[in-house]
Design a protein around this ligand. Structure first.
Ligand SMILES: NC(=O)c1ccc[n+]([C@@H]2O[C@H](COP(=O)([O-])OP(=O)(O)OC[C@H]3O[C@@H](n4cnc5c(N)ncnc54)[C@H](O)[C@@H]3O)[C@@H](O)[C@H]2O)c1
Length: 329
């Protein structure tokens, strides 16, 4: 059995991954400071509450547990906030990853699966983004992911760190057993915002621009189910364990949905009206971000189980209804 340290395992994607690891017989240790994570998401494995930036906290975890590999989710994730507070993002995402890498080196742990993002790519492109697409991160958040990817390459060269950078497109949906799900404060992701409108928690959805060069004028994104993301991380652990080369993997469905298409699908899934209002474009939004995940499929053997946007929405809806039951008419 392998023991995996999961940083940020009390968060949205981390908690789903811990659940899938536990189901496959891995032992897990979550390190999380609960800054945006949730205690009720810590349902499997061991938990160490503490900050990634503290060398003594990391040393305690690596000493108490014989860790075989690390999956690193812990980060600050709000793009808009990163524009206003770039130093906080460079500190929590980049500087604290340096602390993690130093601790891994001190304790002889050499395999890392890292949460990167499609935001590292230059966004001006109409086709399917592949891993060799040029970099062009637009926000401080995206630049932290880019900088960490470069740092991991340097560490691989210098002292043999073995890593897989998982470049997610838009994580969405929830655990089909409805034990964990998406809970961000403030929420900035489209699908939970749409479902919060359906639940009557928000009056309407602000569509940020409908004059993009796309068929219906709204931005197109590639949505990937959170459980499919979780499974890709486990496949990446196997791959590194089997001696696979370090590198990056896109995780998306290869199919784009516009904001209006997501709204229509959400209306069909929820049976709710979901009013909208059209607002200004948001700075830095690309018209279209859709990924080619052929490498993850060919090299890791990854097969997304929930490629259909309606299935993704249905699992998210089940979670949001559990969090806040819909109002009776
Ligand atoms: N949600 C998405 O669509 C998406 C897309 C691309 C990449 N990502 C990346 O995936 C990862 C997880 O995202 P998420 O949506 O689950 O976010 P989240 O906010 O739900 O989870 C992040 C977790 O990290 C913890 N954390 C943050 N800083 C920490 C620190 N210094 N020490 C210890 N714990 C700390 C938080 O408490 C939280 O539990 C992040 O790295 C994010 O950048 C997410």
């Amino acid at each position: 059995m392998k023991k995996i340290l999961v940083t940020g395992g009390a968060g949205y994607i981390g908690s789903h991954t811990v659940k899938r690891l536990a189901a496959r017989g891995y032992e897990t240790v979550v390190l999380d400071n609960l800054s945006t994570g949730h205690r009720d998401f810590l349902r499997w494995g061991a938990f160490a509450q503490g900050d990634l930036g503290k060398a003594d906290v990391l040393d305690d975890v690596f000493t108490a547990h014989k860790i075989d590999a690390v999956i690193h989710f812990a980060a600050s994730i709000a793009v808009g906030e990163s524009v206003d507070e770039p130093l906080a993002y460079y500190e929590n995402n980049v500087a604290n990853t340096v602390q993690l890498l130093q601790a891994m080196r001190r304790h002889g742990v050499s395999s890392l699966v890292f949460s990167s993002s499609c935001a590292v790519y230059s966004p001006h492109f109409d086709g399917l983004l592949r891993e060799d697409h040029p970099f062009g991160p637009l926000s401080p958040y995206a630049r932290t992911k880019y900088m960490i990817e470069l740092m991991l390459q340097d560490c691989a060269q210098a002292f043999g760190l073995r890593h897989a950078c998982m470049r997610y497109f838009n994580a969405a949906g929830a655990d089909p057993e409805v034990e964990v799900g998406e809970r961000h404060f403030p929420e900035t992701h489209l699908i939970p915002l749409v479902l919060q409108v359906a639940l009557g928690q928000r009056p309407l959805l602000n569509v940020m621009g409908d004059d993009y060069p796309t068929p219906d004028g709204t931005c197109i994104r590639d949505y990937i189910h959170v459980q499919d993301l979780a499974d890709a991380h486990i496949l990446a652990l196997h791959y590194l364990d089997a001696g696979g080369d370090s590198g990056a993997f896109n995780l998306g469905n290869g199919q784009g949905y516009s904001v209006r298409e997501v709204l229509d699908a959400a209306r069909a899934v929820t049976g709710c009206e979901i009013p909208v209002s059209v607002a200004q474009r948001r700075a830095g939004d690309s018209p279209r971000l859709v990924g080619d995940a052929g490498k993850a499929k060919a090299v890791l053997g990854w097969r997304p189980e929930y490629p259909d946007i309606r299935e993704i929405l249905a699992t998210a809806w089940a979670w949001h209804c559990k969090e806040t039951p819909p109002r009776q008419p």
